[in-house]
Design a binder for this molecule. Structure first.
Ligand SMILES: C[S@@+](CC[C@H](N)C(=O)[O-])C[C@H]1O[C@@H](n2cnc3c(N)ncnc32)[C@H](O)[C@@H]1O
Length: 290
């Protein structure tokens, strides 16, 4: 990431969640704040009267990416809701970007720690103020650069209780980190309380993709690099399992596009689905000695 500059990637994925609220029926991911945090009204118009950022949501590549982004957010919140029912009281959103869960959290006892790069964190706070979105007392902002700062220490300073079971959501971040930061973060979180859950998505390396996706990969990789946030880390499923295990995490489920489609997009008339195989989302639990 460019030092001192908010993540453009966070804006882009937030726009796609916002587009979903307007363009797709039925909704896979209901987020009543997705438009508002971007300063957009219910029609997708901003203060300048334009909604051009939300246009053209029907291009196949755009629809497929949007489908993946809303499915991973839905999956995370489903996991969270299940965990809260069985006693989880902490939710840590790593690389939170413009995620809005903390501002529509229905659980008074659930503390939500939003961790992000300091520049993105500051920018989000400005957007929240501009959108007149109050920060509830159980939403805690934690500034941390996962490439430099000890995550455990930053969380602890913010009041995180390492002995309490926790859901960690780490969505859309791993590809942008060097592998050393991925491993260091996993290591920092290893030793989390039993029954904690880590949910993260990851991208397959170029050579593991079918030819058409290799071309799209090149184009996307060039665009994110030009925006100052190059992709740096890719994993294959077996490699992901082994890497997580080395750092104390056992993968419980790992969903590719077929499984995601079966779960969230079956029987739709509008063709919204994940059409590409390059991104997956997994859940893992800390390896314990029990
Ligand atoms: C593609 S956005 C995803 C945001 C959010 N998780 C979502 O799904 O909307 C990537 C996020 O990772 C954060 N990020 C990237 N590198 C980081 C780092 N070294 N330390 C902390 N956060 C980082 C960015 O600031 C950005 O918010």
């Amino acid at each position: 990431m460019l030092q001192g500059v908010p993540a453009q990637s966070a804006y882009r994925v937030a726009l796609r969640r916002a587009a979903h609220q307007l363009a797709d029926q039925p909704l896979v991911f209901v987020d009543p704040l997705a438009l508002r945090i971007l300063g957009l009204n219910a029609q997708g118009r901003g203060s300048t009267g334009t909604n051009q950022d939300l246009r053209a949501p029907d291009r196949p590549a755009s629809k497929s990416l949007r489908a993946f982004l809303v499915a991973r957010s839905r999956f995370a919140e489903e996991m969270l809701h299940g965990a809260v029912r069985t006693g989880t009281r902490q939710y840590v959103v790593l690389g939170a970007g413009l995620d809005t869960f903390a501002y529509r959290n229905p659980y008074p006892h659930l503390r939500v720690f939003e961790v992000d790069h300091p520049a993105t964190q500051q920018w989000k706070q400005t957007l929240l103020q501009q959108a007149d979105m109050a920060v509830p007392p159980n939403a805690i902002h934690v500034s941390a650069d996962l490439q430099q700062d000890g995550l455990g220490e930053c969380l602890q300073r913010a009041g995180f209780d390492a002995a309490q079971r926790t859901v960690f959501a780490w969505l859309g971040v791993v590809p942008y980190l060097p592998r050393t930061a991925l491993e260091a973060t996993l290591q920092e979180l290893a030793g989390s309380a039993a029954h904690s859950v880590l949910l993260m998505d990851y991208c397959l390396p170029r050579h593991a993709l079918p030819p058409i996706e290799q071309l799209e990969f090149d184009s996307l990789a060039a665009r994110v690099a030009a925006a100052g946030e190059p992709f740096q880390t890719w994993l294959e499923p077996q490699e992901a399992r082994e890497l997580l295990a080395r750092h104390g995490w056992q993968v419980r489920c790992d969903l590719g596009h077929d499984a995601i489609n079966e779960r969230y997009f079956a029987g739709r008339a509008d063709g919204l689905a994940v059409l590409r195989s390059g991104a997956r989302v997994l859940t893992a639990e800390p390896i314990t000695n029990d």
